[in-house]
Design a protein around this ligand. Structure first.
Ligand SMILES: Cc1cc2nc3c(=O)[nH]c(=O)nc-3n(C[C@H](O)[C@H](O)[C@H](O)COP(=O)(O)OP(=O)(O)OC[C@H]3O[C@@H](n4cnc5c(N)ncnc54)[C@H](O)[C@@H]3O)c2cc1C
Length: 276
């Protein structure tokens, strides 16, 4: 048996930043992550620069673009461009890089990570959590943080977050080059995708493209429309290799903590697709 102050289920953005904040304060932290590290994360990477003041470290190396304006279009026409005021209020980060940076920094501060590792059972014993994993080791922890993302299985197990989570359906891909999107601009494209929209967010040398619907999840299955949307961002010929992901989204106020257990990030349905 190995003991920790806090065990975190999931080593994504929320898990790693929680680990970093806690380990910096001197708590012993264990992250249990079910997967090996990934070299692509289906995330557009948009982030309000005002978040800077809440971050536990400097993320300047992860910022790929600083956005000066946002373009809205309806079926590739009718452009409306909003200039963002202030000093670049909107950044685009490369998620794989940001996640790795947060994780590395938390490891430097003493966090331990076990990956890939699957949890088999969690029970409370003597007012502490006992986590049994598929390596047959038991981890004992005082507090538990649920950070297992949109497909969270543990949030509902502990009755945290909405009883009936709400999901958006997303398709995303990253293409080399920026198409016709300027590096200091993002574009939202409406009209092609019923009950949803598409977006193009520029990285340094590539473009994060996404399509999302909120009501009828089947609506993203039309490849011809999807390709038309991608073409509208300025690509004639491209590898159509999309990743689909259900994104658990904000669904009203619900309790996200119980006795010595807290849900964070997507597991807690904290994601607002427009305001992130
Ligand atoms: C297409 C798309 C575009 C997006 N664009 C933006 C954007 O521009 N800006 C923005 O702020 N947000 C955006 N988001 C949302 C953002 O990606 C998520 O809100 C964010 O990734 C949530 O982080 P998380 O750590 O909660 O979950 P995740 O990043 O999903 O991490 C969860 C981790 O838990 C692990 N895990 C899962 N189950 C278990 C288990 N049983 N045991 C152990 N580990 C487990 C997973 O392997 C993963 O590493 C976008 C999402 C999508 C899908």
């Amino acid at each position: 048996m190995i003991g920790f102050d806090v065990a975190i289920i999931g080593g994504g953005l929320s898990g790693s930043s929680t680990a970093l904040n806690l380990s910096k304060k001197g708590y012993s932290v264990l992250i249990i992550e079910k997967e090996k590290s990934k070299d692509y994360k289906p995330c557009a990477g948009g982030m309000a620069s005002s978040m800077k003041k809440f971050l536990p470290l400097n993320i300047v190396d992860c910022i790929e673009s600083k956005i000066k304006n946002v373009e809205f279009r309806w079926k590739a026409a009718d452009n409306v461009t909003a200039d963002l005021t202030g000093e670049s209020p909107f950044w685009i980060v490369k998620r794989e890089k940001l996640d790795q940076l947060l994780l590395d920094e938390s490891l430097r501060n003493g966090t331990q990570i076990m990956r890939p590792l699957l949890i088999e059972k969690i029970i409370k014993k003597n007012d502490q959590w006992e986590i049994t994993c598929n390596n047959k080791i038991k981890y004992i922890t005082e507090f538990l943080v649920i950070a297992d993302g949109s497909q969270s299985k543990w949030a509902s197990y502990f009755n945290l977050g909405p009883r009936k989570p709400k999901f958006a359906n997303t398709f995303s891909l990253r293409l080399k080059g920026l198409g016709e999107i300027p590096r200091d601009s993002v574009r939202f494209e409406f009209g092609f995708i019923k009950y949803g929209f598409a977006w193009a967010f520029p990285l340094r040398e590539s473009l994060n493209i996404g399509l999302g619907t909120f009501i009828n999840n089947g609506l993203l299955e039309n490849q011809a429309i999807n390709k038309q949307v991608i073409r509208s961002f300025g690509f004639d010929d491209f590898p159509y290799k999309t990743i689909s992901k259900k994104l658990r989204i904000w669904n009203g106020f619900h309790s996200i903590n119980g006795d010595k257990v807290l849900a964070v990030g997507d597991a807690a349905s904290l994601c607002d697709p427009f305001f992130s």
